[in-house]
Design a protein. Structure first.
Lengths: 187, 187
C-alpha cells in the first residue's frame, strides 16, 4: 500500500447519528450528534461530546439529564435540520411528538425507534468540547422495530455519518456475527 | 407506535468497529473496540472505553499512547478474532503488518485503510470501564482508499457493530448530505 499522511482531524468511520435531547430553559430541545458512544458496561453508561457553544449544554448542566434518541432514515431530514439550526433560535421540539422520561424528565422523541433517558454522572471538560457522561436509566423502543423484545437493526433503519466528507449512510448488509466470525483464525 | 421498555443495556446503532493498538510489555497488541468516538474538535481528540480487565489497558497506562485503526470488511474475521482472544495468550500482532507511529511509537496496522496515532491525555475511571482519551497526533491512510487526499468511505469499506444482537454490518448506500439535507425543513 502507498501510505499518505492525512489531516489529523480524522474520525472513526462511520459514526452513529442520534438526536440528543435535554430540557433547556424549561423547554425540550434536540440536537444532532454523531460523537456518541457507550462508555461503561455495568451500569450502562453513554457519553456524548458537544461543542461548548451549543445551546443544549447549559440545559444538561441545569437538569442533570439528557436523552439519546435513534432516528431511522425516515427522520434524516429532520435530524439534519437539528444539526443546522440552534435551539436558541427555533423550537425544534415542534418537529416531533415529545414525551418525557419517567426517571429523569428528559425529553424523548416518539418517532425515534429507540429512546434512552440518561441521568448525568460526569462532565469532562475538554479544550473545545464538553463530554457529557450519563447512566442509561430507562430505554424504550417502538415494538414494531423489535424482534423478540430487542431492537432489530433491519427494522430501525438507523443511519451513520462520515466526516470530513459530511455524508450520511444507510446501514448495509449483515456482514457477520460478532464474537464468532473470527473463530476460524489461528495465530 | 406501541412503545415498549427494553433492557437499559442499550446502545447507539450502529457502532464503528476499530482495532485499537498499544504497546503492552514491549510488544504490539491489538483489540477490537466499538465503544469509540471523537470527543474534541480542536485539537482532534478521540476516546475509547475499555473494560478494566483487558490486557491492553496496562499498556496504554505505561506507554501513554494508543492507535485507532479502521479495518475494511476484508479484515472482518481478523478483527473479530482480536475481540475474542486476549493478548495475554496470543500474539495477535502476528496477524498484521505492523509499523510504529513516528510521533508516539504506538503500533499501527498497515492493512487498515485509516490509521491514527494518539497521545494519551486523560483516563476517566468509570465503574467497569476505563475511558482512554487521546489527542490524534498523526493520521495516515492508504492512498488507494482516498479521493482528493481524504478517506473515501466507498473505498475504505469499514463496518459497524450492533449489540445486543452482536452482528456486523456493511456500510450501505449514501443517504444524504449532512448540514444540507435538512435545509428544506421549516419550523
Amino acid at each position: 500500500m502507498t501510505k499518505i499522511t492525512i489531516d489529523k482531524n480524522a474520525f472513526p468511520y462511520p459514526m452513529p447519528m442520534v438526536l440528543l435531547g435535554a430540557m433547556v430553559d424549561g423547554r425540550p430541545n434536540f440536537m444532532a450528534v454523531a460523537w456518541v458512544t457507550r462508555v461503561n458496561y455495568q451500569p450502562p453508561m453513554i457519553a456524548a461530546a458537544l461543542g461548548k457553544s451549543h445551546y443544549t449544554n447549559g440545559g444538561i448542566h441545569a437538569s442533570r439529564a439528557f436523552s439519546v434518541n435513534i432516528p431511522g432514515v425516515a427522520l434524516l431530514e429532520k435530524t439534519d435540520y437539528c444539526g443546522i439550526v440552534s435551539g436558541k433560535k427555533k423550537d425544534k421540539a415542534s418537529l416531533f411528538s415529545v414525551t418525557f422520561g419517567e426517571k429523569t424528565g428528559a425529553p424523548l422523541i416518539e418517532e425515534c425507534p429507540v429512546q434512552m433517558e440518561c441521568k448525568l454522572t460526569d462532565i469532562i471538560d475538554l479544550p473545545s468540547n464538553e463530554l457529557f457522561v450519563g447512566e442509561i436509566v430507562g430505554a424504550y423502543a417502538d415494538a414494531a422495530c423489535c424482534s423478540e423484545g430487542k431492537p432489530d437493526m433491519e427494522k430501525i433503519r438507523s443511519f451513520t455519518l462520515t466526516m470530513p466528507d459530511n455524508r450520511y449512510w444507510e446501514v448495509g448488509r449483515c456482514a457477520g456475527k460478532a464474537w464468532n466470525a473470527g473463530k476460524k483464525i489461528k495465530c
